[in-house]
Design a protein around this ligand. Structure first.
Ligand SMILES: [Zn+2]
Length: 328
């Protein structure tokens, strides 16, 4: 199992906007691709870059970003899919031991939680791309899944790239999940009320007071606070958005709990995969990427000395011709 189950083929720089030390440098790592599937990884990696650069606010920060692709061939194709999470029981031999049905920080495993041997990923990337800001492992599996730990992971299931950008929100930008469930809306029994501790992430909160909420500068005086409330905390709030989609407020149901936690907009990429990032998440990402933008070049010094100005002392300001006294 592990590093003997394949070969590292090498790194290729897909996007080059300057030195890796100065730019925000992303490395896309292949996992569960056999040598004969490497062309598919190359297509998957390029598709991810295209998608990322079309996603606000990344679209306006392209100059801040470098991207590498690290080709790694595994002995077998895919990822482990344990029967404990109603998976197929598949257990392919792959370089970074990718597996669905991980438990994250809690004891209950969930099939969509897809993790890899992070120490092996870090060691392999270090050998090929010494300076990086973000590592994403692309797992060649049609089963839906991802994870946003120290290293982000996503599968190549339908909407895979959207999962990847969501996981990037966790790993690189400290954003929390804005969806209101853990195992599922009708499945959870212990996610009715958020614990009393305020989350540190900038995009979820227990505080729906307009004067003190984290994103208060984005809330209009005309927006009700809280904006929506969940009347049945044993389930996810089923009500549709009562306000326009871009309204920033305090929508109840967030951070994997049905009640007690609020999200900034009705929808966001940190809640559902087919939504853009909300205004609060966009601002957080933009502030971090802005630190990696190239500095504007200083103007070139003049080669010829400036001609001395004629002193204006005593000069009369020319009289302004009145409109009526114009060309007659
Ligand atoms: Zn958001």
């Amino acid at each position: 199992m592990g590093l003997t189950d394949g070969t590292v083929l090498g790194a290729t720089k897909l996007v080059h906007h300057g030195s890796d030390q100065k730019r925000w440098t992303l490395v896309l790592v292949a996992e569960g691709y056999q040598a004969t599937e490497m062309a598919k990884f190359q297509t998957d990696a390029q598709s991810f870059v295209t998608k990322l650069f079309a996603t606000p606010p990344f679209d306006t920060f392209q100059a801040a970003i470098n991207v590498y692709r690290l080709d790694v061939a595994s002995t077998d194709s895919g990822a482990d899919d344990p029967v404990a999470c109603s998976g197929t029981g598949a257990a392919p031999a792959t370089f970074f031991d990718a597996s669905f049905c991980s438990s994250g920080d809690i004891p209950t495993p969930v099939r969509r939680l897809l993790r890899v041997n992070e120490a092996n990923v870090l060691a392999t990337v270090r050998d090929h791309v010494p300076h990086w800001d973000m590592i994403m492992v692309v797992v060649n599996s049609t089963v839906y899944g991802g994870f946003g730990g120290d290293i982000a992971v996503f599968s190549t299931a339908a909407h895979a790239m959207d999962i990847g950008i969501h996981e990037m929100g966790h790993t690189a930008f400290g954003l929390a999940d804005e969806y209101p469930y853990w195992a599922g809306c009708g499945v959870d029994v212990d996610h009715d009320h958020h614990p009393a501790t305020e989350p540190s992430a900038p995009n979820v909160t227990l505080d729906s007071n307009r004067a003190t909420i984290k994103w208060r500068d984005l809330v209009l005086a005309s927006t009700p606070m809280p904006t929506t409330s969940n009347i049945n905390c044993t389930a996810c709030d089923p009500q549709p958005n009562p306000l326009p989609a871009t309204t920033v407020g305090a929508y109840e149901g967030a951070h994997t709990y049905h009640c007690g936690a609020f999200r900034p907009q009705f929808n966001c990429r940190m809640r559902v995969l087919d939504a853009p990032f909300c205004a609060v998440c966009r601002r957080e990402i933009a502030q971090r990427l802005a630190q990696h933008l190239p500095r504007k070049k200083p103007k070139k010094p003049r080669t010829r000395p400036r001609k001395p100005r004629t002193p204006r002392v005593g000069m009369k300001k020319p009289k302004r011709r009145s409109r009526r006294g114009g060309h007659r």
